[in-house]
Design a protein around this ligand. Sequence first.
Ligand SMILES: [Ca+2]
Length: 197
Amino acid sequence: MNNFVEAGNSLEQSVAKWYTLTDKTDETDGLPSNPCELVLALKYVTADKVKKKGRHKGELHVHLLEARNLPGMDADGMSDPYCKCLLLPDRKGKSKQKTPVVKRTLNPTFDHKFKYEEVSPDDLKERVLEITIYDFDRASSDEFLGGVRLGLGTSCNEWDDATEDECQIWHTMLSRANVWIQVVVPLRPSMTPKKKE
Ligand SMILES: [Ca+2]
């Protein structure tokens, strides 16, 4: 029942809101809250379900669906968003994934799938999926629009700093193997690691 095709057919209805409403009531500036957020789906595929032969570990499947209410960075008030994705602590090679650029929009549809092979659930408990969104600029360096770090946030590594919402998503992905988990996650305005207590 919980396969992704079904979830995709009713995107708006099936999207789970992971953040709590109490976060919003802290806003005192009176600005309308059209939250800057990312819609994605995750699925951990156990080793016995991996199609390639000779694999001993499972796979993490990632489907970046869309972003909403991104900041406008260009002169016309629009941005040209694309996502970068890393499975930290690796920052090189197959860890690096990128979506194509979606031109002139603040609400891009990425619909981009990729996977990380040969990862066990225990590996993923110590790793962090970092997704950052940038505005592509032809003439200057790309500008940061928002990001998330999905993980359990339990190690002392400074990059392992998932918020409660981000941690809940990772926990759900790990506890419900072979099922797509589709979520809406608020985008951080900065990727500076949160200080550990
Ligand atoms: Ca641009």
